[in-house]
Design a protein around this ligand. Sequence first.
Ligand code: URP
Ligand code: ZN
Ligand code: ZN
Length: 486
Amino acid sequence: MKLKIRNGLVVTSSETFKADIGIEDGIITKIERKAQSASADSLPEFQADEVIDADGKYVLPGGVDVHTHLDMPFGGTVTADNFYTGTVAGACGGTTTIIDFAIQNKGETLKTVLENWHQKAKNISVVDYSFHIAITDLNEGVLSEIPRIINEGITSFKLFMAYKGSLMTASENISRVLAESSRLGFLTMLHCEDGDKIDELIKDFLFSGNTNPLYHSLSRPAELEEKAVSDALKLQEQTKGNLYIVHLSSEGALKQIRKHKGRVLTETCPQYLVLSIDKYTEKPDKQVRERNRFLCGIPDDFEGAKYVMSPPLRGKHHLNALWEGIKDNTISIVSTDHCAFNFYGQKTLGLGDFSKIPSGIPGIETRLFLLYNEGVMGKLITINKLVDVFATVPAKTFGLYPKKGEIAIGADADIVIFNQDKKLVIKSIRLHQDVDYCPFEGYRGKGGISYVISRGEIIVRDRAFSGKKGRGKFLSRRTYQVGSGV
Ligand code: URP
Ligand code: ZN
Ligand code: ZN
């Protein structure tokens, strides 16, 4: 045996048990459950070249983050993390698989989009990866390419109901893609916000001189997410499409989805479970304020740009509603929507005009820690449910299960050894993501990552990355039908 994880508390989505795990050729080949009594434990143990003592620690499946934006041109700039820095950060946060959005430029074929994204990831990603394609320019040619793209292992396509003038697509196009998804079995992922109404509100606010980041959130009220979700559900009903709603943020929209549970899949993200709208009016501390004002000419009310994302943060009652949605399985996945922009130099593109602040925040490295503290320590979910939304359901939904997202014989040995007693405070300076701030700065909790193992290789020890650049492999994915279970 190459590697053994000894005496850990193995957590899957359905059970927690003490066991030794054996790993050979990157695969889990042995799971020896430990009896609770000492006499039974004294049976001879299997041997291995290297043994990790996981006594008292959780042994979790490596995280599967199905929503990232690495090396992505957006909002007049490019996201701060590329496939190296972003996946190192993911690994250090317990994520061993990502699915990134390959974005179609106007006029591009899907073949070209896919080739571009392969170029970005190849030879630098440190964890296994796949792509969704975000279709922004649909036509007959693009539609006819979809079967070929599915054969290349890409089985999910995103469309935007928001970002008028750039990524937004017409509702006829959504219908066409949904109809194709029912025929071909791929997932149609939808960004649900009413882009037309948002565009009007943006213009009104800017016209009346309301230009700071708070107005980003006020121009995207929760009702406009609810309206878009309800339109999307109607289109799904007409087409019988395979629908997956991304980054859900609000209670009303969630209620709509709950009525159609089983017919649609939904994800949310840690930011919508942990942070709320008051972040847009937060002021910088004294030291930062001085630097901002005197060196960079940045006013105090621009601090909220650090939280400009779409959909935006909501009032506190939405957070509770989303946790309820996770508990009753209306929401089955927590991904990150990691879309990092530096505050200085990138977010500042929107000084004096909130609509020019690049939309998105970093989060790839903090998902497990936040879910554990807010969810499990906060007694909102069990540790098994955490595994479900963090790894198992994402792997199932996106055609990677049971190789990914599971601790079982035959699965890839993608494993996180998690020290639930270790106290930590999130500090941007200690993170690996290549961005100059963290929206969760100062968050205190428990849970240190002792080891991260990817296909049997130890790539993180005590938060330090030790894997090789480019070791991550492209994952070709199977199709998945909403409502089919595994
Ligand atoms: O603000 C966000 N969410 N930026 C990333 C693009 C998207 O809509 O997912
Ligand atoms: Zn989106
Ligand atoms: Zn996104």
